[in-house]
Design a protein around this ligand. Sequence first.
Ligand code: PEP
Ligand code: MN
Length: 638
Amino acid sequence: MLHEITDREASAKARDVDLKVGYQGEPGAYGEVAAAAHGGIPRGFASFEKLLEALRDGDVDEAVLPMENAVVGAITEALEPFAAFVTEGMELVAVDITSVPVRLSLAARPGTPLAAVKRAWSHPAALRQCTHRLAQMGIERVVCYDTAGAAQIVAHEASTDAAVCSRRAAERYGLAVLVEDVSDKEQNGTRFVHLRMADHARAQVSLAFLRTSSMTATGRLDVLTGATLLPLAGTTEYPVRMWVLGADAARLQALAPVRDVQVISLGQPAAHAAKVTPPRQGTEPVIKSLPHATARRAPTVVEVGPLRLGGGWRAVIAGPCSVESAEQVMRIAKEVASCGATALRGGIFKPRTNPYAFQGHGLEALDWLVAAGKANGLPVVTEVMAIDQVKPVAEKADVLQIGARNMQNFDLLRAVGRAGRPVLLKRGAGSTVDEWLGAAEYIMAAGEMRVILCERGIRTFETSTRNTLDVGGMLAARPLTHLPIIADPSHAAGRADLVEGLARGAWSAGADGLMVEVHDDPARALSDAEQALVPARFAELARNLALHPDARLPLAQLRAWVDAIDHDLGVLVQRRLEVAKVIGDSKRQTGRAVLDPRREAAVRRTYQEALPGSKGLADKLVDLLLEAAKAQQSIDED
Ligand code: PEP
Ligand code: MN
């Protein structure tokens, strides 16, 4: 049902000449103004049904339907027949929106005094816009099918009845205007949507989204291009829940945070219209609800014990590619925990290109992984490759991983979505961002809202890396989804020497986290040996990322972490002394004073900036360092 208009060349101005545009009503109706708005040739129809039939049968190229009025909001009269046609399978595309200023006059046959008017005829939507004014004047409202039609009726009837219509319609039928503007609100206006049959739509034109419940909101929703009217399935009783005017959900969501698009509903079809085609027995609505993965909402924070990802929480998941033995995973778990990783990864079922390569130790290895996680306070992440693995793995693992190769294994996605565990969803090497989000949608539609998206490199023409880490795709996905997005530099690089650079790139680009493969004996690793970081290099990477400590981490892990920092500090102090010494030597050689109070002040400022809120500590450190530097100089001078 979703169509996109892709021809970017065409624009609203370059609309077809001789375009027949149908509207509901008599000549002089506001619909006629909308129909003529872009140079179309207007043609009136007695009812919206007849208008839509004409569009369906090709008698007109375009139809305009009033959708929203500044005073009364949604205009459901048009929506009901529209609902019926779309429910029957008519595929329509919205190609434009026209705002027609509405000034509703009260008009009667010439010579009729205002005081004599007891009844006013008009279209129900127009009458609703004048409820208060007409009531004040003691005028009863009489419904007919059209504002211009009302003028026609009044003109033909020998009575003191009036019509609520445009000045144009009044003049056309020879009526005199008694009240220039009887609408309850100044600045009245109606928006018409221009519809074409889906395959008639060639031009991409600007389209304003409208929200039927209030015109004020509409002011903020501006331009989108090429859109389709999409019925959202409802219940058995009311098969169509509401109408969405949309390009595609992802694009809408992309704009949403920027443009503050709140709702894109065109309103709810009336119950009887929605009932026109009851759903066939046993068929599920195609679209059950608005999308979850691309819904507009606050960032999702996926939290599993000390692992927190999303909404500003950033973390590193690390561990071996494969769980090779109880001891191996225990050792590596300890290492990564001491660097600040907050989850342990490890494969027990391995998707291998070569069927004779190590396939993983299976469920037995799950116990080793879980034990290593428990001993080091880390939740565990492991891949499931088949539906029958989901249940036993979900019983013990904390996070289920869907590998790149299975990203579009929809039955598996549904199965993990029902398992009650958060899911880490790798992006397929050949999948687009939309497909990735679609895969997340499968998991969420099955019930699991805690989905972590993981970019792990896509396949490109480049062969010097195993895959190409698509930081651009990751960034493009960011405004489309509230889910956390992490990067896996290991599988992207395929070689250990590039992992740190890619990790830092993804981190700087705002990844919510990283997943890194670590092995303490890469030469002997049973899988992905080339890309494994040894613990020391992983430690360096983790330090560079400046992960934040979390009080929920086990004390031993926090201690190991602080020990590592102390070690780094010691090394840095040593480096500083060395460089300071060389500076002193250089100054001496060029005959400059070794001590420079301005430099001292600059060093002091550097420390104060690096230690905001601890001026005393900054000063003490500077004193100590300068003292050490001076001592070193004088020792050297000896
Ligand atoms: C893995 O994480 O071990 C793995 C197999 O990754 P991917 O599915 O991204 O290749
Ligand atoms: Mn791997």
